[in-house]
Design a protein around this ligand. Structure first.
Ligand SMILES: Nc1ncnc2c1ncn2[C@@H]1O[C@H](COP(=O)(O)OP(=O)(O)OP(=O)(O)O)[C@@H](O)[C@H]1O
Ligand SMILES: [Mg+2]
Length: 244
């Protein structure tokens, strides 16, 4: 079973009077547990849109989305929040760290409403990313690459089944990028599905599969042998979670 899957997913943004923008065009995508997929493509080709739709941050206009085999095409806000917290780690291109929290508090933030104190685990994650001596620093006191590593540590605090990362090595020197990728490799070996948008050949080198987006059209989105050419594709009217 796939960790995460899109079937015939289209994402259209309203064009503000002009033609709508087709950011994803009939995309089939799947990632298996323990697989590392790199998503490449030119600026504006739909990479962040793909990641947002995969990460339940945005819904497809048409098509179907499955998380661990369960249809999660359209969920209520509460269901979506629960599913994301349970299963998905997300590293944003611009980090989304809270400026008034320290590094360790930012990493522990996703567990804020859980019983117990996650600061030891947060500190441990930060140490693994070479930030053991920056636990009490606020984002403004950290370099771009250090903030990025805090964001990656935070994405792992809930031990997600799927890790989605937008340009995870974008601000990092080669050595730091390699240590992050080694950490992704370790996470992957624990069975986590990793999907990373990248322009970095280093990331492509680490990936099990590289998929390419051009103007919203995805090539190589489904693992070999996993094509569903014989299956009818659900139309927009059938592709809702309520159909289960
Ligand atoms: N909220 C939005 N409303 C309208 N159009 C949008 C919106 N978000 C993205 N787009 C458009 O959708 C297309 C895909 O955008 P997206 O951000 O997914 O590209 P990208 O591949 O991530 O680009 P980059 O490499 O520059 O980050 C672009 O044409 C963009 O202008
Ligand atoms: Mg983008």
């Amino acid at each position: 079973m796939y960790s995460l899957e899109l079937r015939g997913a289209t994402k259209r943004y309203p064009g503000g009077g002009a033609e709508p923008v087709v950011a994803l065009d009939d995309v089939d995508f799947a990632v298996e547990p323990g697989e590392f997929v790199a998503v490449v493509g030119p600026s504006g080709s739909g990479k962040s849109t793909l990641l947002n739709v995969l990460g339940l941050l945005d819904d497809p206009t048409e098509g179907q989305r499955l998380l661990d085999g369960t249809d999660v095409t359209s969920l209520s806000v509460a269901q979506r929040t629960a599913a994301r917290k349970e299963s998905i780690g997300f590293v944003f291109q611009d980090f989304h760290l809270l400026p008034t929290l320290t590094a360790v508090e930012n990493v522990a933030l996703p567990t804020a409403f859980d019983p117990g104190d996650a600061s030891d685990r947060a500190a441990d994650l930060l140490s693994r990313f070479g930030l053991g001596d920056r636990l009490g620093h606020e984002p403004a006191e950290l370099s771009g690459g250090q903030k990025q590593r805090v964001a990656i540590a935070r994405s792992l605090i809930n031990e997600p089944a799927v890790l989605l990362a937008d340009e995870p090595t974008g601000n990092l020197d080669t050595e730091t990028g390699e240590s992050i990728l080694a950490e992704f490799e370790r996470v992957k070996e624990e069975g986590v599905a990793v999907v990373a948008v990248t322009h970095d050949p280093l990331v492509e080198g680490f990936a099990d599969r590289v998929v390419e987006l051009t103007d919203g059209v995805l090539v190589g989105g489904v693992p070999d042998g996993g094509e569903r050419a014989d299956e009818p594709r659900p139309g927009p009217e059938t592709a809702t979670a309520g159909d289960r």
